[in-house]
Each structure stands twice: as structure tokens, then as C-alpha cells.
Design a protein around this ligand. Structure first.
Ligand code: 8YV
Length: 322
């Protein structure tokens, strides 16, 4: 029997790619640029499965009932870029890669908390630019974190891992708001306090970290109004999805001194960053590094591959999202 034809829209890390090659007839887009919509539509007729990433926008025009592709194994946990309703309507199965990137993404949240609170980007830029002419008692002063409150918006796997690391490593107190309150044992284990109003959490947080999914339900949840509730000394961290924050409102709030700093790993229109954020010294901007470790990216590829294996074996997917 011929092997299923699989298209990777981007090259994968070696380990996961090697695994895939032993089982499938694999084609890789090696161009370094995302496929166009026309190329994605054509691919839907040529392959048995597609492995997209966050940079592939899979709209209803692409996810049609009569396509050859019957399985989409997304390389990544978030799936805001895939029209899940259209996939369901077209009878196309879709999987993602949760769990394997939890710790790596939580590490990036901690990195941004540290970088913003200690003004690391700004200070390093100063040193490299020759503006550091020796130690002074008042230079590049940041904020201490120990004993302050970290407010988490969304408290799934990554939010909880961030809470654990922030509490144990940095001495932050943990408060959270989410659609569903977690079990009392988890709250006790993480020392996490549930706040039933988002506004109240935002108002009391010294560091506010976003961990909700993207999509219509959370679009621009952080806007001018919400930013206005934050403490002037507060820090906003976003490792979730760019769409959760209204970037224009954030830039305006930063310029007006409404909040003290922001650390972002994700953006509304990646790879573009709102131009008003770029000149701001107290905004740390990372290029969507959440899951960017060798181990994690390999594990993401393997997790996507295991979902493909299940699909082609006629078994239930490990991580079905459609
Ligand atoms: C991934 C992410 O690198 O998995 C996610 O949801 O945000 C990232 O860490 C990206 O999605 C790869 O497709």
C-alpha cells in the first residue's frame, strides 16, 4: 500500500522529521516563506494530510468538504489560525500539540517578567550603545518581584506552570481569573487565589500575565479600559495570542504612563509589531519564542506525527480539536 502523502508547510526539527519520513511520503515547503492561500488550496487537493503552523491561515475557503486532505495535524497548541467550524463542517479532522510546550512557554513568561521588571533590554541596549559609563546607585532601577502579586488571566496548563515557576522561583503571590475555577487541590498546590472578576484581578495585579486562547471570545480583551484599571507601576505580559491585546491601546497606555512596562512574545499581526511599540524602552519585544527550544520543537513535531499515526490507523486522535 502506498504511504500517505503529507505536506509540511515549514521545515521541521530533525528528530520529528526523521520519524515522519519513515512512515509517510513527506513533502516540505523549503522556501522559507509561508504558502499563499492559492498554494494551500492546491495542496488540499494533492495531499492526504497537512501539517501547518501558526503562520498558515486556514480559512473556510481552504477547508472545503471535497478536498483530498482529510487530516490536519497542527504543529502548535494554539489554533486561532484555523477555522475550526469550517473544518468540522467539511469533515476534516484537526489535531494540535498541547502539553509538550507548557514548560517552555511558561519559561518565556518568566523571562519576560524578569526582563521587564529589571529593565534588561533597555539596560543592555544602553551598554551596547556606549551609554553605560560606570555603576551608579540610581541607574536602571527596576522593581523587586518578591511578595508582589502575579495575576494570571486564564489558568490552563501554561498559566498553572507559570504560576508554579513564578511562586517558587520569584516569590510572587498568585491570583487568577479564568472561565472555570480550577479544583481546590490545584489552587492549594499552587497557592493560587481565584478572583471572580477580571477587573478586580487587573486592578490588584503588580504583574498581569495573559494565558487565554486567542479567537473571537478573547479578542482585544486587554484594551484602553482594562489598561486604565491597572496600577501605574504594573507590568503586562503576553505569551498567549497577540489578538488578546489591542496593541494601539497598549502603545497609547505605555506612552501616557498608564502602566509601567510590557513584555510581549506575540502580536496582533505577526510578524508586524505595532510601530508605536517599537521605540518604547519599557516594552520588551520577543519574536514568538514561547516554544522555541530544540527539545520542545522536536516534541511538538512528534506529537503532531503521533496524531497522524492515529488518524491513518483509523484510531481516535490524541489531541482532537475538530
Ligand atoms: C508555536 C505557539 O511555536 O503552539 C503555539 O500555540 O504559540 C507557539 O509556541 C507555534 O504555534 C507554532 O505553530
Amino acid at each position: 500500500m502506498s504511504r500517505p502523502k503529507i505536506l509540511l508547510t515549514r521545515p521541521w526539527p530533525e528528530g520529528a522529521f526523521d520519524y515522519l519520513k519513515t512512515r509517510y511520503d513527506v513533502t516540505v515547503n523549503e522556501t522559507g516563506v509561508p504558502l499563499t492561500q492559492a498554494q494551500l488550496i492546491a495542496a488540499m487537493g494533492e495531499y492526504d494530510a497537512l501539517c501547518p503552523t501558526v503562520t498558515d491561515k486556514l480559512t473556510a475557503d481552504i477547508l472545503r468538504p471535497a478536498t483530498r486532505v482529510r487530516m490536519i495535524a497542527n504543529f502548535g497548541a494554539g489554533f486561532e489560525h484555523i477555522d475550526i467550524d469550517a473544518a468540522r463542517a467539511a469533515g476534516i479532522s484537526v489535531s494540535n500539540t498541547p502539553d509538550v510546550l507548557t514548560e517552555a512557554t511558561a519559561e518565556i513568561a518568566l523571562l519576560l517578567i524578569l526582563m521587564t521588571s529589571r529593565r534588561a533590554s533597555e539596560a543592555e541596549r544602553g551598554l551596547r550603545d556606549g551609554r553605560w559609563n560606570g555603576w551608579k546607585p540610581t541607574q536602571f532601577l527596576g522593581q523587586s518581584l518578591n511578595g508582589k502579586t502575579l495575576g494570571l488571566v486564564g489558568f490552563g496548563r501554561i498559566g498553572q506552570a507559570t504560576a508554579h515557576k513564578a511562586k517558587t522561583a520569584l516569590g510572587l503571590k498568585i491570583a487568577y481569573h479564568s472561565r472555570n475555577r480550577v479544583a481546590p487541590e490545584i489552587e492549594a498546590q499552587l497557592g493560587a487565589r481565584y478572583v471572580d472578576s477580571l477587573d478586580a484581578l487587573v486592578a490588584e495585579s503588580d504583574v498581569l500575565s495573559l494565558h487565554t486562547p486567542g479567537g473571537d471570545a478573547t479578542r482585544h480583551r486587554v484594551d484602553a479600559r482594562l489598561l486604565g484599571l491597572m496600577k501605574p507601576s504594573a507590568i503586562l505580559i503576553n505569551t498567549a495570542r497577540g489578538s488578546v491585546v489591542n496593541e494601539a491601546d497598549l502603545a497609547a497606555a505605555m506612552k501616557a504612563g498608564t502602566i509601567w512596562a510590557a513584555g510581549l512574545d506575540v502580536y496582533e499581526r505577526e510578524p508586524q509589531v505595532h510601530p508605536d511599540l517599537l521605540p518604547l524602552d519599557n516594552v520588551v519585544l520577543l519574536p514568538h519564542l514561547g516554544s522555541a527550544t530544540r527539545e520542545t520543537r522536536d516534541n511538538m513535531g512528534l506529537r503532531a506525527a503521533y496524531n497522524l499515526d492515529r488518524f491513518f490507523a483509523g484510531k481516535e486522535l490524541i489531541d482532537r480539536i475538530a
